[in-house]
Ligand binder design. Structure first.
Ligand code: HEC
Ligand code: HEC
Length: 355
């Protein structure tokens, strides 16, 4: 590293000899970053996944953040990743379907982005079609109803810019911009987006107490014969509040969106979608892959009274035969209080992730 920067400085010096105004050349001396595990994750879950060929660096993360917020990646230069992933909504979107650059509406609700480095299943999107964070980031740029660009054109725009070649040089040691380096930078930024400071997190590390309703709500969430939610949505032993796996949670009997089956071709996977985390629900409405529920009350009503049967329904939806878990009014209120205690206000205001 030292040697490399020495050579670069030498080149700068040599080059500047023939020039009146020497252009400052960026130095490749990336600063490594370690993703510290938040206290509430330690001893509960595995360390984050950082691929060996894309270690975190300050320069890489800064470049990734700039790209995430820059509409330069889209076909007409109008839409950034952040256009459909707002920090105020835990990096999801407060509308049912996202609208791409051609004003075309998609069919799925934008997903919140946090704790992606802790997704050990390494399956992304509602249907799991992307296999890592880098691979995921390749998708939206060319997706016709999202950024509707080609990677060749996106790379060309970045290469022509006044600032990007220098930033790539600082992050990756080369000014030659490629798709691979672009998605690496975005993935680095995304891996730093960690949410672990909800009221419930602070309760788990002994820093804050829960209300009576929040405690009761957690018991309902945990109990086999009441809410029965923990099989898929985690517990104090898995404070990601998702198993990052795929299930059919009894929402439809006929499917317009077949979910995981689209990827595996297996009819047994019909209508299975990735379990979303229950963190940050306070900010990320509407809910479900198609954003069909606008409020948490509607979601709770679904599990309580609205379960419908289909051949691929998850065996863990044990009360589907009787149409739901049938909670009382009080139980619903308590369950909701618990769910809201999983929201992390500091995440949506953390300047580290802001534009
Ligand atoms: C037009 C809106 C839109 C744009 C622009 C967009 N996204 Fe998304 N994003 C979505 C939607 C909708 C989904 C869910 C799609 C699906 O499951 O098929 C999604 C899913 C994701 C996921 C998967 C999360 C998970 O937990 O599996 C990640 C990560 C993501 N987007 C990152 C990005 C990045 C990075 C960019 C920019 C390069 C971007 N998005 C641009 C709407 C958008
Ligand atoms: C069999 C696994 C399973 C069980 C049990 C389960 N869920 Fe879910 N949950 C899912 C899946 C899968 C989705 C996404 C479904 C979709 O988008 O079509 C989901 C979605 C949700 C959402 C929407 C979150 C978002 O960001 O869109 C909430 C809230 C939720 N579940 C709460 C609960 C509660 C409360 C219980 C218990 C009463 C429960 N779940 C039981 C698998 C499960």
């Amino acid at each position: 590293m030292k040697k490399l920067s020495f050579i670069i400085i030498l080149i700068v010096l040599l080059e500047s000899c023939g020039n009146d105004v020497p252009k400052p050349v960026p130095v490749y001396e990336p600063t490594p970053v370690t993703l510290e595990m938040p206290e509430v994750f330690k001893d509960r879950i595995l360390p984050p996944i950082i691929p060996v060929d894309n270690p975190l660096t300050e320069e890489g993360i800064a470049l990734g953040k700039k790209l995430f917020y820059d509409p330069i990646l889209s076909g007409d230069g109008s839409q950034a990743c952040a256009g459909c992933h707002n920090q105020a909504n835990a990096f999801a979107e407060n509308r049912r379907f996202s609208i791409g650059i051609d004003r075309k509406e998609g069919t799925r609700n934008s997903m919140p982005l946090f704790n992606l480095a802790y997704n050990y299943k390494e399956k992304f999107f509602w249907d799991g079609r992307a296999f890592d964070v880098e691979n995921q980031a390749e998708g939206p740029v060319e997706n016709p109803i999202e950024m509707h660009n080609t990677w060749d054109k996106a790379v060309e725009s970045l290469s022509k810019s006044d600032v990007y070649p220098d930033l790539y040089k600082k992050a990756f040691g080369t000014e030659k911009i490629t798709k691979e380096l672009t998605v690496k930078a975005i993935a680095q930024f995304e891996r730093t987006m960690v949410s672990a400071n909800s009221k419930f997190d602070r309760y788990l590390i002994g820093k804050e107490d829960l209300t009576f309703d929040e405690r009761m709500g957690y018991q309902i969430f945990l109990s086999e014969d009441k809410g029965d939610c923990f099989h898929c949505h985690g517990s104090i032993d898995n404070p990601l509040w998702t198993d990052n796996s795929f299930h059919n949670n009894g929402m439809d009997s006929v499917f317009t969106d077949i979910g995981l089956e689209e990827v595996t071709g297996n009819p047994a996977d019909r209508g299975k979608f990735k379990t979303p985390s229950l963190r940050n629900l306070k900010f990320s409405a509407p809910y479900m892959h198609d954003g069909r529920f606008g409020t948490l009350d509607e979601v709770i009503e679904h599990y309580s009274e609205g379960l419908v049967f289909s051949p691929s329904i998850d065996p863990l939806m044990k009360s589907a035969y009787k149409g739901g878990v049938h909670l009382s009014k009080t139980e619903k209120r308590q369950l909701k209080a618990f769910l809201l205690s999983l929201s992390d206000d500091s995440f949506i205001t953390n300047a580290k992730y802001s534009r």
